[in-house]
Write a protein that binds this ligand. Structure first.
Ligand SMILES: O=C(O)C(=O)C[C@H](CCCc1ccccc1)C(=O)O
Ligand SMILES: [Zn+2]
Length: 335
């Protein structure tokens, strides 16, 4: 029994009816970390110094040193912050994808100065919009934050990038969430070192092979890459295979780095009654796949399905014709 005080309690986790297994945790120099990463499997990397220079980051420090730039903040009427692609919203609004498709944005995206964000966080009360700051770290931040950023353990990150043949680093997203905020289940087309800095987040991951259980929105949809299943109220009649989903979960705290492999589904929640959370992620493009080897990996099949959907959408224009055409092509012929 570890003698340090328990940092969180299971009652702070939202209850879902999902079969879950724990994600392994290893010290940063344990060889099993690279073993799992090379198999594109998730792992929690403990005691690394990836974001050790940000250990001192708290809201006061950030307010003092984050500079006077505008930050992207999402507002939500509920605890869920479902991501949507602005470009795809525009395509729907200018009728590019058929006539009567309308989309209502589930969250509002606003620009906010950090002091205003922190003020609204502190004064938040039930019934108010929830807030979630999600901002790529850039050169508008103050020099102290730049120094902390430059003092991230880039040797560690670069060594993982090289060893696992990842492409270039594209983004470091700074995430400041309210307690209880949820980013619903989705996948990204990037490798991800998810570095937890302050507070605790519960992460539920599913492998790309569970595509059939998680029912992603069509690729043309603004919620492309997100699951259509509402984990709070799953509609099993519409999404029967969700019952068969088998996930992997972990609660990450300060200093933990979760490797979220490319194309792996992930649902992320800031623990209820756990205070605000601060995370910095490291998104890397996938590396140049040297040569196609068989059998194809599950994530490669997801990429193939995405390409087929895009092509059909381009030629058919109306998304309502894609389903019928695919059914005509498959039913009775490829079953
Ligand atoms: O690091 C990741 O990949 C996460 O999903 C972290 C997640 C917020 C990400 C929001 C988002 C989702 C899709 C596209 C762009 C931005 C969280 O921690 O709440
Ligand atoms: Zn993500």
């Amino acid at each position: 029994m570890s003698n340090e005080k328990k940092q969180w309690d299971p009652s702070q986790l939202r209850k879902y009816d999902i079969n879950l297994e724990q994600i392994s945790r290893y010290d940063y120099n344990d060889p099993r970390v690279d073993e799992l990463m090379s198999q594109n499997k998730p792992v929690i990397i403990e005691n690394s110094s990836v974001v050790a220079s940000a250990k001192k980051w708290n809201l006061d420090y950030l307010e003092k040193y984050m500079g006077n730039g505008d930050y992207t903040v999402f507002l939500s009427r509920n605890h869920k912050f479902k991501y949507y692609d602005d470009k795809k919203v525009a395509k729907i609004n200018n009728g590019d994808v058929g006539k009567n498709i309308e989309f209502t944005q589930p969250t509002k995206k606003v620009d906010m100065k950090l002091p205003e964000f922190l003020k609204r966080l502190k004064e938040w009360k039930r019934g108010d919009d929830r807030l979630y700051l999600q901002q790529g770290l850039n050169n508008t931040v103050g020099s102290e934050i730049v120094r902390d950023f430059l003092n991230f353990d880039w040797n560690f990150c670069n060594s993982k990038q090289a060893k696992h043949n990842w492409g270039p680093l594209t983004y470091n997203l700074l995430l400041i969430a309210m307690e209880g905020n949820v980013t619903p289940c989705h996948y990204d087309e990037q490798q991800n070192l998810f570095a937890q800095i302050y507070g605790y987040k519960r992460c539920i991951l599913f492998p790309p092979s569970q595509f059939e259980c998680l029912y992603p929105y069509p690729v043309y949809h603004p919620h492309d890459r997100q699951s259509m299943v509402d984990f709070d109220r799953p509609e099993y009649s519409k999404f029967p295979k969700f019952k068969e989903a088998k996930g992997y979960e972990a609660v990450v705290g300060p200093g933990d780095v979760l490797y979220i492999p490319i194309y792996w589904w992930h649902h992320i929640e800031s623990l209820m009654r756990g205070g605000h959370t601060i995370t910095v992620n490291f998104w890397y493009k996938d590396g140049p796949s040297s040569s196609i080897s068989y059998p194809l990996r599950d994530y490669q099949k997801v990429a193939i399905m995405r390409n087929i959907e895009k092509m059909l959408q381009d030629v058919l224009k109306d998304p309502r014709e894609v389903g019928p055409l695919l059914r005509t092509m498959v039913l009775g012929r490829f079953t």
